[in-house]
Design a protein around this ligand. Structure first.
Ligand SMILES: Cc1ncc(COP(=O)(O)O)c(C=O)c1O
Length: 371
């Protein structure tokens, strides 16, 4: 899809001279992978979250895979998770021969509903995989009371904070972040698992690196491994992005504030839930739910004609063709998720979005909905 010069794009990373300098330094050092930027990036990220360890990996998806292995998920197990997520959180258990078991979401936060999740637990449930969707903290205290291992999908939730003041990802469960280009912090592609103990870090560091033995001796492999390494080039970009993360998060929150002011009174339009009970969102996307009965595809086209990009986001995972065919899912199983998925639309959202662009987006959406 080409972008007209003055079209408001959906997303755009903040990249500049610090990232350029960081990349050049790595290129000039000649050590492009397994160099000093990797442990430095992990240490600084862990410090930010207040966790003792972190393992950087090649993507959020790779992180989810290794995190599930780390909590012991095996073939034949079940993992209870959200059908309203990016597909990777549901796919990850399948890599291990386990089954993702969906439960419906909370209509307000759009996160996995703890009561529904609890009802989906069986004797085969090996883990819970809540997703902090659109950067809003999942109800971790409720999931923790269920007494099962937890892996957190925090790919969209950098900067989010739980009601008790703990950063999302800092509660002691393996928590996975993603650094794809649309994320709060990007390394192009990349991910990281926040970890509570050295044993898990040792296992994950080995598994991401082809199952190397603990001394990491070259060509000494004592377990099944993968190539899920993150390059030093990516880690250098990540370090430069960490330096400017607070500013980028604040800019995203500012843009969200403009949209809320501009769109709050549009009848039937649901905006992202406000921070509540002390939980604070780490702003990732600005996704609205269109009024019921509005043709979403026609809305996307009409917005495009007015120079505004938008995207249906996210589809219900259980209704994707692979999931229907593999697990026999059918419409009607998770009504809240299905209703939200049918109406949700992502608007342009990135730190450098200007106030006049937000106004253009809001004016365009209002005029399209008023037709
Ligand atoms: C909720 C969620 N889970 C998992 C992922 C997968 O991350 P990645 O694209 O880095 O593999 C993403 C990112 O796209 C995501 O948004």
């Amino acid at each position: 899809m080409t972008t007209a010069v003055d079209e408001v794009p959906l997303a755009r990373p903040v990249l500049g001279e610090p990232e350029e300098r960081a990349v050049l330094e790595v290129l000039r050092s000649g050590q492009l992978s397994l160099g000093p930027r990797l442990p430095e990036f992990e240490r600084r990220f862990a410090q930010r979250l207040g966790v003792p360890h972190a393992s950087a990996v090649s993507s959020g998806t790779a992180g989810l895979h290794l995190a599930l292995r780390a909590v012991g998920v095996q073939a034949g197990d079940e993992v209870v998770t959200s059908p309203f997520s990016f597909v990777a959180s549901a796919n990850a258990p399948i890599y291990e021969g386990a089954r993702p078991v969906f439960a419906d979401i909370d209509p307000h936060t759009l996160n996995l509903d703890p009561d529904a999740a609890e009802a989906a637990i069986t004797e085969r449930t090996a883990a819970l995989l809540p997703v902090h969707i659109f950067g809003f903290p999942a109800d971790l205290p409720a999931f923790e009371r269920m007494g099962l291992p937890i892996v957190e999908d925090a790919c969209e939730a950098l900067g989010a904070v739980h009601a008790d003041g703990t950063p999302v990802g800092g509660r002691g469960h393996p928590a996975v972040f993603g650094f794809y280009a649309n994320k709060q912090l990007t390394t192009g592609e990349g991910g990281l698992i926040a970890l509570d103990g050295p044993e898990r870090k040792q296992r994950i560091d080995s598994e991401r690196n082809q199952g190397r033995a603990p001394d990491m001796g070259w060509l000494d492999h004592d377990r099944l491994g993968f190539n899920y390494r993150l390059t030093d080039i990516a880690c250098a970009i990540g370090l430069a992005q960490l330096d400017r993360l607070d500013g980028m998060l604040a800019a995203r929150a500012r843009v969200a504030g403009w949209y809320r002011e501009l769109l709050d009174d549009v009848e039937g339009l649901d905006l992202p839930c406000r921070d509540q009970h002390g939980d604070v969102r780490g702003w990732f996307v600005f996704v609205v739910q269109l009024p019921r009965g509005v043709d979403r595809d026609a809305t996307v086209r009409a917005l495009r004609e007015r120079g505004v990009q938008s995207k249906p986001y996210l589809p219900a995972i259980h209704l994707m063709s692979f999931y229907r065919e593999r697990f026999g899912h059918r419409p009607g199983e998770f009504p809240v998720c299905e209703d939200v998925a049918a109406r949700s639309l992502a608007l342009p959202f990135f730190p450098e979005l200007k106030q006049e662009q937000a106004e253009r987006v809001a004016t365009a959406l209002r005029s399209v909905l008023a037709r």
